[in-house]
Design a protein around this ligand. Sequence first.
Ligand SMILES: *Cc1c(COP(=O)(O)O)cnc(C)c1O
Length: 403
Amino acid sequence: MSYLSNETLVQLAQEFGTPLYVYNANQISEQHEKLKSAFSNCNARFFYACKALSNINVLKYIESLGASLDCVSINEVKLGLKAGFTPDRILFTPNCVDFAEIDEGKQLGVNLNIDNISILEQFGTKYGGSYPICIRFNPHIMGGGNYKISTGHIDSKFGISIHQLRHIERVVKTTGLHVTGIHMHTGSDIKDVNVFLQGLEVMFDLATHFPQLEFIDLGSGFKVPYQDGDVQTDIVLLGNKVTEAFRAYQKETGKELQVWFEPGKFMVSESGYFLVKANVIKQTTATVFVGVNSGFNHLIRPMFYDAYHRIKNISNLNGSERIYTVVGNICETDTFAWDRTLNEVREGDFLVFYNAGAYGFEMSSNFNSRFKPAEVLVLDGKAHLIRKRDTFEDLLKNQIEVL
Ligand SMILES: *Cc1c(COP(=O)(O)O)cnc(C)c1O
């Protein structure tokens, strides 16, 4: 893997300032290659989940790799089109949107993934079988590293329950809907390959009910290693097992189906480095805090998901190791990491958070009237600024002063 070196990261922090998100394009390409190679013996398509990181340059780069795009809002669809994805390479997988938004997706010509019977009914009534659709099922499988990112369990709002199959069939039969795909996505951070295989068995059962079926979409949730020794989804094993399963299905039914995936985190997480500066070292009775020039307004995953991000002091690589709690400057509890061993941190040192490509900048906000960070894309070793840091004017941009 072509990781960015500590020296490069320090240089980028000095050149572009901090806090700064840096994405190494070549690592995105390497992840994509891993997927392609793991599934090279089956008919697979990969739809990068736009919501992980949607900077237009990242989308253009992923487009150039030949991947497709999974979008959860009509605006993501429009970003994808702007980035050069043709409509056939875009899958629109919204949840709880109104019919008008689905309709707009249809007018734009993208693949539609419908996850609600009432929408299915409206779509069928309006368009019959004139436009192919995919149905998102809830397979009632518990997957995912955290309740907030588990989407396939019984209490989840996502998908149409597999137990409602009879109702779906009724709608399809009555309206003549043209169902070319079935979909499941059970969550994020799924370590166990068996969760996918279990889901696939459910999908194969469903597949026999849709004679015009062309693909099965297994969603995503591939786990990437956030800390040393972390278990990750074994993509090679998954590739072998899925290939085997589709072969067996074909043998049994005579049907060759495509398999689709929607990797977000897997594609971009490791490519991302979040650079911050240690503003203060604060010794209290119980703890040594490093207070950095950022907070959960820039990287919310630790506070929101209890996520672990590796942190390194890139300004003092040989400093003696000490134990710190790394906190941000937001005015409520804002902890990036408890009891971390770091090379001695001095005020002004640069720290890097690894694996910050997915759901990092994307979930940032202006909370506390702080600026959102700048973003840099490194392509073949050359750094390009791809988003300017906010300015004071940005904070007021859409406000209307009436007093
Ligand atoms: C979020 C999401 C993904 C991507 O999940 P990752 O864990 O980032 O790979 C894929 N498909 C759908 C429908 C999603 O909502």
